[in-house]
Design a protein. Sequence first.
Length: 414
Amino acid sequence: MDSATSDARTPAGATVPVPLGGPRFQTEPARLYREMRREHGAVTPVVLDGGVPAWLVLGYRELHQVTGDPVLFSRDSGLWNQWDRIPADWPLLPMIGRGQPSILYTVGERHRERAAMISDALEAVAPSELRGHAEKFADELIDAVCGRGEADVVTEYAMLLPVRVLARLFGFPDEQGPGLVAALNDMIDGRERALAGQTHLAGSMARLVAERRARPADDVVSRMLANRSGFGEEEIVQDLMVMMAAGHQPTADWIGNSLRLMLTDDRFAASLFGGRNSVADAMNEVLWEDAPTQNVAGRWAARDTQLGGRRVRAGDLLLLGLQGANSDPQVRTDGSALTGGNGAHFSFGHGEHRCPFPAQEIAEVIARTGIEVVLDRLPDIDLAVPAESLTRRPSPWLRGLSRLPVRFAPVPTL
């Protein structure tokens, strides 16, 4: 019997692992995490596609412990004790890879060197250049819909904006943006087209890296290639895939989830009439209450240990329950209170494998610019459907709207 499953059913067989999937992760995740915490505790046994066992860490303190101890809870996926039962076409392989030469699975000093290479390449992006790209592409996307008086600001705007900005920063031609969006969505959702999406993204990155090796330019890829830490092209391709995936979809969902909050919650109504402080408040509220990245795979136990009252075996997979930890009642005693400027959420991770600070800044600039351009260009924007009819994409990993229909008075293009 598998280690996570066997421990979950002892000593009295009272608990059964929870499938990591199903509609409740989209329809009522907050209630689901509360039930999981009440029935299983801060470390919940779960099963992935194909009945593969894992642990979902929902406790704030427990997640802090896991992410803060990279030796005991390693990022080395080769430690996993389930590889012998993982088929080659397992749809979660793009999210839980083996032998991937990317920063996600690098540990120790080599990871620190790699993180520095990525941070340096991103930090060299001028803030004015970044905001200029974001405003340009945001205005182009609004121009495409502003004369209609109605639009879906998720599929026609939020899902298109971050990848176009990132593609420009990396060095891609603008026309490759739509193909990259489709590939990223397929890969992240972890369904039947996940591996095809991963293949498309890898091929696109490899061609760009080869081109920039021959003809350097002032872009992120060229700066990574110029780094003297000795990373090969395949490693850089893998890191660029991670950077694109981590930078696009969560940022798109950050835009969509923030606009939904502002259109449905009276606390943020002032933003729709020219207020700007509330934009930042709404964005931070989303990172606490409606985090774009809900769950992350993962960490692997380097040896037998105890966590949250559970016996975790060497090689067990621990999934990081970021949203569950954000709403842990042990640290959020008043879950209804506005979070204000409190940035102690887990939405960017924690520890040495957290999202690099320059990447966080880039995501925040893209998201905030995207929201402000919508409010500037479409000042009387309103939700076009009942709030309760809005649906989420089918993913236990990311939380984003499948669509956000709005209406507004038609305005001319710029």
